[in-house]
Design a binder for this molecule. Structure first.
Ligand code: ADP
Length: 238
C-alpha cells in the first residue's frame, strides 16, 4: 500500500497544495514565557512547538558536575493532545531517542566550555504534531538559547525532506511522512555551513540523497532568515 497512495496530483502539487520545493507557512516568536530564562515558539503548518531554556545554573544532583564545561540536559516531549489519538504523557522510546539526538545537535553549537560546573536545561514541548517536530524543536531550542543569552557558534535551522510517489519534497507533513518512501530530517548551522543532525528513514539513491540535501539547504536558508527576524523583533525594534 505504501507508495501507492496518491501524494502528488496531476499538476505536480502535494496533498496540501504545495509545490515540491515549498515550505509550510512558518511563524516564530521569541520570549514567549515569562518564567524561563529563554523561550521560543515555532509553528510550521500544523506542527507547533514550544521551547524553554533554564541556565546556566547549578546542577542537582551535584555529582553530574563537569569541571571544564556546562552539561546540557534536553527533554523532547509530546503533550497528550498533540497527536490525533491521545498519547501517553510518559516518555516513549521515541521521545528518549529524540531528546538524545537533539542534545547532541545542540551541544555542537553551544560554547559549553564557557560555563564549567553548571547545567543548561532545554525543554521542548510539542503541542501539536504534524511531522517535522524534531526539526521545529531544534529551531525553537536554538532561538530559546539565544533568548537566554547563551553564546552559540550559530543558530540551528532545520527541515525534513521526503520522497513521495518518487518525488523529493521539502518540509513533509504527517501524511507524507507516513505514506511516503523516505524522510530525512536535516539540521544545520547555516552560516558555518555545518550539518549538526542528519537522519534518514527509508531508502534514497545516492543521487537522490544529494538532491534532497540541496533541497533541504534551500529551505534552511529561508528558515534561518525567519529565525533572525524573530530575534530582531524582540531585540532590535522598539
Ligand atoms: P518528526 O516529528 O521529527 O517528523 P517522526 O518522523 O518520528 O518525527 O514522526 C512523524 C510524525 O508522526 C510526528 O510529527 C507526529 O505527527 C506523528 N507521531 C509520532 N509519534 C506519534 C504518536 N505516538 N502518536 C501519534 N502520532 C505520532
Amino acid at each position: 500500500m505504501i507508495g501507492k497512495i496518491k501524494l502528488i496530483d496531476e499538476n505536480g502539487l502535494r496533498v496540501d497544495g504545495r509545490k515540491p520545493g515549498e515550505l509550510r507557512p512558518v511563524k516564530m516568536e521569541v520570549g514567549v514565557l515569562k518564567n524561563a530564562d529563554g523561550s521560543a515558539y515555532v509553528e510550521q503548518g500544523n506542527t507547533r512547538v514550544l521551547a524553554a531554556v533554564y541556565g546556566p545554573r547549578e546542577i542537582h544532583p551535584k555529582h553530574l558536575t563537569l569541571p571544564d564545561r556546562a552539561i546540557l540536559r534536553t527533554r523532547y516531549h509530546m503533550v497528550p493532545y498533540s497527536t490525533d489519538e491521545r498519547k501517553s504523557p510518559a516518555p516513549t522510546r521515541r521521545e528518549i531517542e529524540l531528546s538524545k539526538v537533539i542534545r547532541e545537535a545542540l551541544e555542537s553549537v553551544i560554547f559549553v566550555e564557557l560555563y564549567p560546573r553548571t547545567t543548561i536545561d532545554v525543554f521542548i514541548e510539542v503541542i501539536q504534531a504534524d511531522a517535522g517536530t524534531r526539526t521545529a524543536g531544534l529551531m525553537a531550542a536554538s532561538l530559546a538559547l539565544a533568548d537566554a543569552g547563551i553564546p552559540m557558534r550559530d543558530l540551528i535551522a532545520a527541515v525534513a525532506v521526503g520522497k513521495v510517489n518518487g518525488t523529493l519534497v521539502l518540509d513533509i507533513n504527517q501524511v507524507e511522512d507516513e505514506f511516503g518512501e523516505a524522510d530525512m530530517p536535516i539540521a544545520m548551522m547555516p552560516n558555518l555551513g555545518e550539518i549538526v543532525l542528519l537522519q534518514l528513514n527509508g531508502v534514497l539513491t545516492e543521487e537522490e540523497f544529494y538532491e534532497a540535501l540541496k533541497l533541504a539547504q534551500k529551505g534552511i536558508v529561508q528558515l534561518y532568515e525567519i529565525e533572525k527576524q524573530a530575534l530582531m523583533r524582540k531585540y532590535c525594534l522598539g
